[in-house]
Write a protein that binds this ligand. Structure first.
Ligand SMILES: NC(=O)c1ccc[n+]([C@@H]2O[C@H](COP(=O)([O-])OP(=O)(O)OC[C@H]3O[C@@H](n4cnc5c(N)ncnc54)[C@H](OP(=O)(O)O)[C@@H]3O)[C@@H](O)[C@H]2O)c1
Length: 264
């Protein structure tokens, strides 16, 4: 079944990939609940959608405030009466060597990317189990499959998502709930601008790889048909995606290559 009138809850919908997914699902006639911390940015995305009053609601939340997510889920359920798809997209990246990254920064990245994501998923799951259907989507990263310099805590948070959601997939299969882990390569968004340095400040720079990367709307267009097929693991990006396959073939070869290449 297509996304028409399906209720889709997207986190990180105020920017980048989440915003692009909102527009793409809106065009297909879905009902949307848009979440992130900044209500004014969510409002901006809402009014850029077609039929916003009828088909889009905003629900500000902070993924790091895991205690609040049960109440937020109740609110989300009251908006259209159901949740058919949860897109766990909200997240933050890192630009610092491990040795220079404070434990506070590591915990902050884990809190948003991992604990926030699994807490929200656990809050939504009882409803999906009751309705015996649902699709949980997780925007991981190529960094959920491999590791490169400057991203130790970020890669750890994304790898952790693969462990957790691979287990969950087996547990919810009998309730007709699907789990899709999505691994983008470089996508042109503010992800590096918003990334944390070792002491937790904003990195505030857009790297070259990001500037010349795939636009977010193109990424969203490529993702929708793969989600419609309920694919379990999805890779979308440029040549950096090859690293996932090289690692499968030979982790040693990938590490040899990564030690030599310039990474920003
Ligand atoms: N762009 C890439 O190259 C790339 C590659 C691989 C994976 N990804 C993943 O794609 C996802 C989206 O990132 P993006 O590239 O679109 O970057 P982005 O433009 O920086 O968007 C990040 C989104 O996450 C939200 N967010 C951040 N902290 C939050 C919190 N504590 N609570 C709730 N929402 C929060 C932000 O909204 P507020 O500031 O309003 O809260 C924003 O909407 C992330 O999970 C990222 O790891 C991106």
């Amino acid at each position: 079944m297509g996304p028409e009138k399906k209720v889709i809850w997207i986190t990180g919908a105020s920017s980048g990939i989440g915003e692009a997914l909102a527009y793409e699902f809106n065009k297909k006639g879905a009902h949307l609940i848009l979440s992130s911390r900044r209500p004014e940015e969510l409002e901006r995305v809402k009014i850029a959608c077609e039929n916003p009053d009828e088909s889009v609601r905003i629900l500000p939340l902070d993924l790091a405030d895991t205690q609040s997510l049960n109440a937020k889920t109740k609110e989300a359920l009251s908006m259209f009466g159901s949740i058919d798809m949860l897109i766990n997209n909200g997240g933050i990246s890192q630009r610092a060597y491990a040795v220079n990254t404070s434990m506070e920064t590591v915990r902050r990245i884990m809190e948003v990317n991992f604990f926030g994501t699994i807490a929200l998923t656990n809050a939504v799951l009882p409803h999906m189990i009751e309705q015996n259907s649902g699709h949980i989507v997780v925007i991981s990263s190529v960094m959920g499959k491999i590791g490169t310099r400057y991203r130790s805590a970020y890669a750890a948070s994304k790898h952790a998502l693969h462990g957790w959601f691979d287990c969950l997939r087996q547990e919810v299969y009998e309730h007709d709930i699907d789990v899709s882990l999505v691994c983008p390569g470089f996508v042109k968004t503010n992800v590096t601008v918003n990334a944390l340095t070792g002491d937790g400040d904003k990195y505030n720079k857009m790297e070259k790889a990001q500037k010349s990367a795939m636009p977010a709307d193109e990424f969203a267009k490529k993702l929708l048909p793969k989600l419609a097929k309920k694919k379990e693991e999805i890779y979308i990006g440029g040549s950096e995606i090859l690293s996932v396959y090289v690692k499968r073939l030979s982790p040693r070869l990938l590490n040899m290559i990564l030690k030599k290449v310039q990474v920003t």
